[in-house]
Design a protein around this ligand. Sequence first.
Ligand code: ADP
Ligand code: MG
Length: 263
Amino acid sequence: MNERTVEITLTGVTFSYGPLPCLHNLSLSLQPGTLYGLIGPNGSGKSTLLDIIGGFARPQGGRVTIGGRRLESYSRGELARLIGVVPQSFTLNFDYSVEHVVLMGRYPYLKRFSGPSPEDLHQVRHALELLDIAKLAERPVRTLSGGEKQRVMVARTLAQDTPVILLDEATANLDIKHAISIMHIMAKLVKNSSRTVVAALHDLNMACAYSDQIIALYGGKLVASGTTEATISPALIETLYQVPVTITAGTDDTPQTINYRYH
Ligand code: ADP
Ligand code: MG
């Protein structure tokens, strides 16, 4: 198993798509052993922030470092051994089997001209089982349901075995059993092997239940960050979503809960 841990820092990061500003002067430090819940309304910049951390979008201003080194100094292969990404949208319409797609998570480790090692195959098998898709291993991915495809993407990222995992609404299309299961797997990875997980989540109760820290974006600005308990408040939720809520405090056994007022 990959034993590395890395700290990620963003300092004064600014990003625009053409003339349209998207992230403004964002500073953050992401620590190993922490699950970050990234929240904010549609269009607030969550996916863009994850793209920047993953090295897929380059900020026009500010600096991003991973393990003390500038992000731009890493090769694609080096980054792929450090950061695994489950994107918000993807297409899996080819004829590869589920197992083959999960094995793609091991590509950053494969030696040139050689097949997968026992360690690669072990990681693939383990990821298939954790995501409850071992029975689908031989199926062509294009024949799967949306939620099953989503779990294949998460399995691929688990097989990638990276110290940092970025989830962009990775549980959005899943039934509650599989959504909870994925967040539980992530929480265990964070706790037992000091991974850093950043999960963009729309389900705020899921965010409360699993996040150690909250990062809240609104209009491309960081409006709040800190421990989940200290950060989630009715005022913050109303600022982000313009929806009035009450909050039931957590106990030792249950996380705090956000109660929506439906009308
Ligand atoms: P979120 O993930 O929080 O919904 P995004 O990071 O996807 O937000 O988008 C932030 C803002 O940037 C939105 O206003 C969105 O319309 C805009 N945006 C995202 N991707 C592009 C793009 N490729 N070109 C132009 N604007 C974009
Ligand atoms: Mg998004």
